[in-house]
Design a protein around this ligand. Structure first.
Ligand code: UD1
Ligand code: UDP
Length: 385
């Protein structure tokens, strides 16, 4: 059996690792253990519950308004003990959080093989997104196997000297998750969602990036306020991230507007079906830039850079930055120019076909000599390079 230790800590990592946990657990070749760092507590537990994942280890590291220093050192020290106990054949990490990097570093110190899911995303700007761009570069340097979601991500890795035979283009596992969560006849669980007037145009908003704390976040919220005041047929729905640097500012600037609904973080199935019923998405999130295009919803990215250029090339995502005027200008255009809107509102799938977890499993079987068949690659992203 291939002793596989899967580690993650935040909401998006859990959403994207859940289908892989399920896929590997179904296969008798794998002995799967799950370790959560709980870099997020409530937002992680929400996901674990939906997917019925009961971690074998919970490092329980989250502190109020935690620093990068405390996350890194707590994960490093506590994960060492799990490695000592489990002695896995391979550790699987995901993406670019500080959990990802610290768990990969600990695994390297332990001389354990490491596989990186969602490998190869880059902006080539050290501080944008911060600290994610460096987290994923440093993680790549530590890893033995790289599961790139797209062709572009594979090329990024090769340009950094990563050997081609260690890279597998799999598609993004988030599309596997979407197949599980989105349903036409879905009924929302949250009262905060059932009460929304869906006869109006819904703009879904999320924001949480560290480089947007302070003035950029204030600009974003002032733009939202202006748009809400100008368009009476629009309702903003904003599940506010629990980070106090976001939550406090959001409530200060946006509270009490009749058409801006500030709600608590919602379950991922509610969220995915909310995207499906929205008109437009405004976000600085990474995951939403993948989910919304797959569901045919235009995305306005509230950041200066994106590591997900595929949907920008496919013209369903536009990078707005964080200037109030620019955000208002782009959103106004999409609310008033139907042709422009319809050009962006097309379902494109440069990020996956729902088979990413299966391809990662096949790549692991191939790598460990359990299968002689190299997994087929996801080709849907080939033209977006
Ligand atoms: C983290 C990741 C970011 C990822 C994001 C997904 C790092 C450095 N950042 O950012 O890459 O995009 O998660 O959401 O790895 N909090 C709670 N409960 C929760 C979650 C957070 O109270 O369930 C509060 C805590 O006060 C915590 C703070 O939010 O200290 C910040 O959490 P942290 O994981 O450090 O940063 P995020 O901004 O969530
Ligand atoms: N999400 C969710 N509930 C919410 C907000 C977001 O389930 O209230 C999901 C969203 O659909 C996506 C993921 O969380 O799958 C994105 O997380 P986040 O924006 O926090 O992180 P990022 O993707 O930027 O790392």
């Amino acid at each position: 059996m291939i002793k596989t230790l899967i580690v993650f800590g935040t909401r998006p990592e859990a959403i994207k690792m859940a289908p892989l946990v399920k896929e590997l657990k179904k296969d008798f070749h794998f002995d799967v253990k799950v370790c959560v760092t709980a870099q997020h507590r409530q937002m992680l537990d929400q996901v674990l519950e939906i997917f019925d994942i009961k971690p074998d280890y919970d490092l329980d590291i989250m502190k109020y308004n935690q620093s990068l220093f405390s996350i890194t050192s707590d994960v490093l020290l506590r994960f060492e003990k799990v490695l000592e106990k489990e002695r896995p054949d391979i550790v699987l990490v995901h993406g670019d959080t500080t959990t990802t990097f610290a768990a990969a570093l600990a695994s390297f110190y332990f001389k354990t093989k490491i596989g990186h899911v969602e490998a190869g995303l880059r902006t080539y700007n050290k501080y944008s997104p911060f600290p994610e761009e460096m987290n994923r570069k440093l993680t790549a340097a530590l890893c033995d196997l790289h599961f790139a979601p797209t062709k572009r991500a594979k090329l990024n890795l090769m340009a950094e000297g990563v050997k081609e035979e260690t890279i597998f283009v799999t598609g993004n596992t988030v599309i596997d998750t979407l197949k599980f969560t989105v349903k036409e006849d879905y009924v929302f669980k949250e009262d905060s969602l059932t009460n929304i007037d869906f006869s109006k145009r819904i703009i879904l908003l999320t924001a949480h990036r560290r480089e947007n704390f302070g003035k950029p976040l204030e600009n974003i919220f002032e733009a939202v306020l202006k748009i809400a005041n100008e368009f009476e047929d629009v309702v903003f729905v904003y599940p506010v991230h629990l980070n106090p640097n976001v939550k406090d500012v959001a409530h200060r600037i946006l509270k009490d507007h009749p058409r801006i609904k500030l709600i608590n973080p919602i379950d991922v199935d509610d969220m995915h079906n909310l995207i499906a019923r929205s008109y437009l998405v405004l976000t600085d999130s990474g995951g939403l830039q993948e989910e919304a295009p797959s569901l045919g919803k235009p995305v306005v990215v509230l950041r200066d850079t994106t590591e997900r250029p595929e949907a920008v090339l496919a013209k369903t995502v536009v990078v707005a930055g964080t200037s109030k005027e620019r955000i208002v200008e782009i959103v106004t255009k999409l609310l008033t120019d139907e042709e422009e809107y319809l050009q962006m509102a097309r379902a494109v799938n440069p990020y996956g076909d729902g088979e990413a977890s299966r391809r990662i499993k096949d790549a692991l079987l191939y790598h460990f000599g359990e299968s002689s068949k190299k997994p087929n690659e996801f080709r849907g992203s080939d033209k977006y390079v």
